[in-house]
Design a protein around this ligand. Structure first.
Ligand code: MRU
Length: 350
């Protein structure tokens, strides 16, 4: 990745992020200087994607401890950040790790330790995603057609992580290995994260085609897709997976068309305390996200237009659950497993 393409990095005693609300039209960096800045960046989706939300939350704790690192400040930082978005478990995983690491330390050491731990979380995420890419590449290599046609949903590329991405990591690994791939990219209404995926793939020179979400089933039936690969916001212990709304419909269509459907995620996205998908909290976002669309006007200026009046009733669940029975396999940093076999990957580490 060229140096300007980063999602999050330390700059002095602040944290620089790429503002994803402006992409793909504008490339702008923002600086987070406080707990409030970090919480806002996650809630308003300047940063997004489960792993990146976790990394930002970890840095949010470090920023919060600038003004005092006592138990109360630490707890308040964790509570504030935990309340930003409910579905991605990486947020809660990162906060639990920060709290667990910092609480036993003398207060005077906590600030420096918080920065170091946030840095470690970011580095581990990048390393895990690199491994996901390698394991995913092994799946792609088995497909005889060239180019291999992948389909993804939302954005689970480097923009959604510290680096490399999860669902897109195998595509990046394939490019490095000289294996030609083409990616079907679904728009992902209402927030259109598919446009981020198209932008990423364009930057990387990977052939791709943007489709309306509703075109996915047709393409799967037509045999235009060899493998579907998506990310995850939370994987329950039984393999049921929460991901961006619309994922479930792709899994259904893939199952009916006999196309393998993989979820790619680091183990930090697995919630071992959650027995099944019915227990995963699903974020409900503002109706305005459905009633309005943003883009460039004729002059190339960013504009938002209403496509429905404010009086139209709107539901906006941001995620859905794909039951484990529709998932061919889960690609993690420790290898690929059937959704019901996730525990074997955790045991590998012991
Ligand atoms: O609402 P978002 O954009 O944060 O949702 C992102 C997704 O659903 C991703 O697929 C998921 O977080 C995995 S990102 C590697």
């Amino acid at each position: 990745m060229p140096d300007r393409l980063f999602t999050i990095r330390e700059e002095g005693d602040s944290v620089a992020i790429l503002d994803q609300t402006l992409l793909p039209h504008q490339h702008a960096t923002r600086h987070l200087n406080s707990l409030a800045d970090a919480a806002h960046a996650i809630r308003a989706m300047l940063v997004r994607g489960a792993p990146l939300i976790g990394v930002t939350a970890a840095y949010g704790v470090a920023l919060a401890l600038k003004d005092g690192a006592g138990n109360k400040a630490l707890q308040q930082a964790c509570d504030t950040l935990a309340a930003t978005r409910p579905t991605a478990v990486n947020l809660h995983w990162a906060l639990a790790r920060m709290r667990g690491h910092l609480l036993p330390l003398p207060v005077a050491q906590r600030r420096a330790a918080a920065w170091a731990e946030a840095r470690a979380i970011a580095a581990e995420d990048a390393a895990a995603n690199r491994q996901i890419g390698r394991h995913g590449l092994a799946l792609i290599e088995k497909i005889p057609r060239r180019p291999v046609n992948l389909m993804t949903h939302c954005n689970a590329g480097w923009l959604a992580t510290a680096a490399w991405g999860t669902a897109l990591a195998p595509a990046y690994a394939a490019r490095e290995a000289g294996l030609p791939v083409h990616v079907w990219v679904s728009e992902t209404r209402p927030r259109n994260q598919g446009l981020l995926t198209a932008w990423e793939l364009h930057e990387a020179g990977i052939p791709h085609t943007l489709i309306a979400d509703n075109a996915a089933g047709h393409l799967l039936r037509q045999g235009a897709v060899d493998l579907v690969i998506v990310g995850a916001d939370r994987i329950a212990a039984n393999g049921d997976t929460a991901n961006k709304v619309g994922t479930y419909l792709k899994a259904l269509a893939a199952a009916d068309s006999g196309v393998p459907f993989f979820v790619a995620a680091p183990l930090s996205s697995v919630d071992r305390d959650c027995p099944g998908g019915a227990h995963i909290p699903i974020e409900e976002r503002e109706g305005s996200e459905v009633r309005h669309v943003g883009g460039l006007d004729r002059r190339g200026v960013h504009a938002t237009v209403a496509i429905a009046p404010d009086t139209t009733a709107v539901a906006n669940p941001a995620f859905d659950i794909t039951p484990a029975r529709f998932i061919t396999g889960i690609v993690t940093e420790r290898g690929v497993c059937a959704p019901g076999e996730l525990h074997t990957l955790f045991e590998k580490a012991k």
